[in-house]
Structure formats: C-alpha cells, structure tokens
Design a protein. Structure first.
Length: 223
C-alpha cells in the first residue's frame, strides 16, 4: 500500500534551500510504515493540480492505496472559478471518483488554519471551504481528516506566543533565502510540519482500523 498526497504548500515536501519552511507531507514518512508519494506543490488549487499533477498521481495509484486530498488555501483566492460550493467541490468530487475507480481509498482533508489570533482565539480564515469539504465527505461517504479543527485547537491550546514556533518566523540574517527575515503565519516551520504529520499518521491508523485487533486493557489498568 502507498499513500499519495494531493495538496498545496501546506502539504508539499520542503525545498532544500527553503528549510525550515515545509509542508507536513514532507515528514509523513517518519510516522507511517508504507511509502509516501507527495505530489503537493506550492500555490496549487484544485484546478492547477488537476492540470499539472493529477494524471501522474493517478498513474501510480494501485488497488488498496490511499489518496489524501487537501486544498482550499489557494482556491479561496479564485471565488468565481473555485467557489466553495461550486468549482472547488466539483473538482474534489471528481478526484474522489477517480480514486475510487482504481479501487483505492480517497480521504478528504480540511486545510490547516492560519495563526491569526484575536486575543486568545484563532480567527477562522477559510470561510465556507472547510464546511464544504465536511459536507462533501458526508455526502460521498469518504473519511475526513479535519485539520482545520485540529490546528485551531492546537494553536489556541499553545497560545499566541508558543504557537508561533510552529510557523516559519525567521529573524533578519537567519536564513539566506530570506535575508531580511520572514514572518509567516501560514507556512509551517519543520517543527510544526512534523507535529501535523504525526497527527495525520495517527488519523490514518484510525481510518484503517489499524489498532482494533489489540486487546481492551481498561479493566486491567484500573486494577
């Protein structure tokens, strides 16, 4: 079995000259036993991914594989073509159908939230796009990994200052690619990317029912 990832920069592998900036998909291999093929790329929308990468991704999909699909960050910038309840979900639906036609499993994923605090609370930045994915997953009977919920909780639990460490904030002179520094509340530092990857891997285990064979231990532990 192979995991195939379709998504934008928040999923994409790190570029060597941009580290520590990275998407979470670049670290998923640390937490799963099966191979990972990460096709995600920066700036991708459902439209551009279908045009540039979807064919090659599907060519490598075999029966029993898993294809995770996460878009929204960039789709929301094109509301006429890729409206949450229009072109965006139409394209996601087509992707799911393509995966199923290969006897593989599609998993839909909402976008990680941005680190935009209002006091101690995160301000939602994705509009209706997460709800559109949640509704589509329910309609199609597709598993959902809700990274919007997970990351919102994670940032708020850490608080504004500690949550900053998950993102690519660099001081002037710290990195040659950004000599003037960088303050990025959308793209992860590898510290954040690894934490999200670990969660996605654990979510995969739940979707796959990977731990159900283990004996119940509650009564034993209660003594």
């Amino acid at each position: 079995m192979t995991y195939h990832l379709a998504g934008d920069s928040t999923v994409a592998d790190p570029k060597p000259d941009e580290l520590p900036l990275s998407g979470w998909g670049g670290f998923l291999g640390r937490y799963v036993e099966d191979p990972v093929r990460n096709h995600a790329f920066g700036g991708a929308t459902t439209e551009t991914f279908l045009a540039e990468c979807w064919g090659p991704l599907l060519d490598g999909v075999e029966a029993g594989d898993t294809v995770l699909i996460q878009f929204g960050h960039n789709d929301q910038k094109e509301p006429e073509l890729l409206a949450a309840r229009g072109g965006y979900t139409t394209r996601l639906r087509g992707m799911v159908e393509d995966v199923r036609s290969r006897d593989a499993r599609a998993i839909l994923c909402t976008s990680p939230e941005r680190r935009w605090f209002d006091g101690e609370r995160i301000t939602p930045t994705h509009g209706d796009y997460p709800d559109a994915v949640r509704d589509l997953a329910e309609q199609l009977g597709v598993p959902l990994i809700d990274l919007t919920v997970l990351t919102t909780w994670l940032y708020e639990d850490l608080g504004p200052a500690a949550a900053k460490d998950l993102f690519c904030h660099l001081a002037p002179g710290e990195h040659p690619v950004w000599p003037e520094g960088k303050e990025d509340d959308t793209h992860f530092h590898e510290r954040g990317a690894t934490r999200i990857a670990a969660y996605v891997a654990r979510a995969f285990r739940a979707i796959e029912r990977a731990d159900g064979h283990l004996p119940a231990r509650g009564l034993e532990l209660m003594g």
